[in-house]
Design a protein around this ligand. Structure first.
Ligand code: NDP
Ligand code: GDR
Length: 373
């Protein structure tokens, strides 16, 4: 039985990847951060009681900022494959916490590679690095592919640039099977609540159910190439099954604006929006609502989206569009879920949660409030 070690297993990708690997018969080990409250909601459904005989899913406490525990865990597990998905992954947060982001995202990658090497596992253990389209930043070529020059635009992207190159360097210097997946944005109902797609689907569902009144947005002109996390974790595994380690761009090859994503989400709730005004004065007003129980709290004319410059970034990545031809040709990988289908799925799931909360609130119970980033 193959053993995989996944950092960031409690995150969006980690949870889908763990499901995928368990489905392929792997023994899956995950590193989870020590927190004073539970942080395993995304993997609770696949958790196995360590008291049961031979669990195939095992969690270890650890942190990418601490090489002693990374080395201990790798020594104990002796993994065939390491997937480094753990990161301070929020671009806006990286401007607030640049040093921490560098420690986790850049140095954390080095700590893992060095642990594998020093433990003498460099010929056994295959290594996947979660690289990112943010490396392209101020884009030098459209669409972006494996050979497009990088131009990072945030402390997050700069830290990931180090991680990208140190992965290439360990491959070239020590002959390790180490590769980068340069993944464009991918989302799902498990996406963190402060990333733009989930902020929109969750926010609009809450507004439709009367739990919030307005969604405050940053740059709605930003263009992204959005795929579904389920499609993208399959590719992470495929990259480690080749004869030779190589880096691949993973994308859909289609881009949309944040504003379009807001429109689709509203449509999923039976709401037609009209955008008015320009720049920081832009807002969206309800032009039409379908009858039914999706948006009982709204009426036409309600303003439900506004711009708040607080969400603008000190340096923005305006446009990203990936060219996944290499992955298609060499690995036969194709995304199966479109951005619109993914958005519809996210709206359905967030509406269910909002309806549950609205019901509880109507019966006098407290419901979670939104904390924003
Ligand atoms: P998430 O933010 O959902 O998950 C990040 C994970 O990293 C969480 O499990 C988190 O733990 C963990 N983590 C954070 N800090 C540390 C630390 N100091 N030590 C150990 N673990 C830590 O990210 P995604 O699942 O969306 O992304 C996975 C990876 O892919 C990330 O590296 C991200 O940068 C990269 N990426 C993501 C893309 C996307 O569109 N989703 C695109 C390209 C790259 P906790 O649950 O405790 O917070
Ligand atoms: P990104 O994702 O920065 O691309 O990084 P995010 O969803 O945060 O932003 C996408 C675009 O939307 C614009 N935007 C807003 N973003 C947020 N979060 N909140 C807002 O209110 C808002 N309004 C507009 C942003 O300015 C941006 O242009 C994600 C992360 O998963 C990274 O870890 C990963 O590497 C990249 O995707 C690829």
């Amino acid at each position: 039985m193959k053993k995989a070690l996944v950092t960031g297993i409690t995150g969006q990708d980690g949870s889908y990847l763990a499901e995928f690997l368990l489905g392929r018969g792997y023994e899956v080990h995950g590193i989870k951060r020590r927190a004073s409250s539970f942080n395993t909601q995304r993997i609770d459904h696949i958790y196995q009681d360590p008291h049961e005989p031979n669990p195939r899913m095992v969690l270890h406490y650890g942190d990418l900022t601490d090489s002693s525990n990374l080395t201990r865990i790798i020594q104990q597990v002796q993994p065939d494959e390491v997937y480094n998905l753990g990161a301070q992954s929020h671009v806006a947060v990286s401007f607030e916490s640049p040093e921490y982001t560098a420690d986790v995202d850049a140095m954390g990658t080095l700590r893992l590679l060095e642990a594998i090497r020093l433990l003498g596992l460099d010929k056994k253990t295959r290594f996947y690095q979660a690289s990112t389209s943010e490396l392209y930043g101020l884009v030098q070529e459209i669409p972006q592919k494996e050979t497009t020059p990088f131009y990072p635009r945030s402390p997050y992207a700069v830290a990931k640039l180090y991680a990208y190159w140190i992965t290439v360097n360990y491959r070239e210097a020590y002959g390790m099977y180490a590769c980068n997946g340069i993944l464009f944005n991918h989302e799902s109902p498990r996406r963190g609540e402060t990333f733009v797609t989930r902020k929109i689907t969750r926010g609009l569902a809450n507004i439709a159910q009367g739990l919030e009144s307005c969604l405050y947005m940053g740059n709605m002109d930003a263009l992204r190439d959005w795929g579904h996390a389920k499609d993208y974790v399959r590719m992470q595994w495929m990259m480690l099954q080749q004869e030779q380690p190589e880096d691949f761009v993973i994308a859909t090859g289609v881009q949309y604006s944040v504003r379009e994503f807001i429109r689709w989400s509203a449509t999923g709730l039976g709401i037609t929006l009209r955008f008015e005004g320009k720049g920081v004065e832009e807002y969206a007003v309800v032009a039409h609502i379908e009858e039914g129980d999706k948006a009982p709290a709204l009426k036409t004319g309600d303003v439900i989206v506004r711009v708040d410059p607080r969400y603008f970034r000190p340096a923005e990545v305006e446009t990203l569009l990936g060219d996944p031809s290499k992955a298609k040709e060499k690995l036969g990988w194709m995304p199966e879920i479109t951005a619109q289908q993914m958005c519809a799925e996210m709206v359905v799931e967030d509406l269910k949660i909002a309806q549950r909360h609205a019901f509880l609130k109507a019966h006098g119970h407290d419901v979670p409030v939104t904390t924003e980033i």
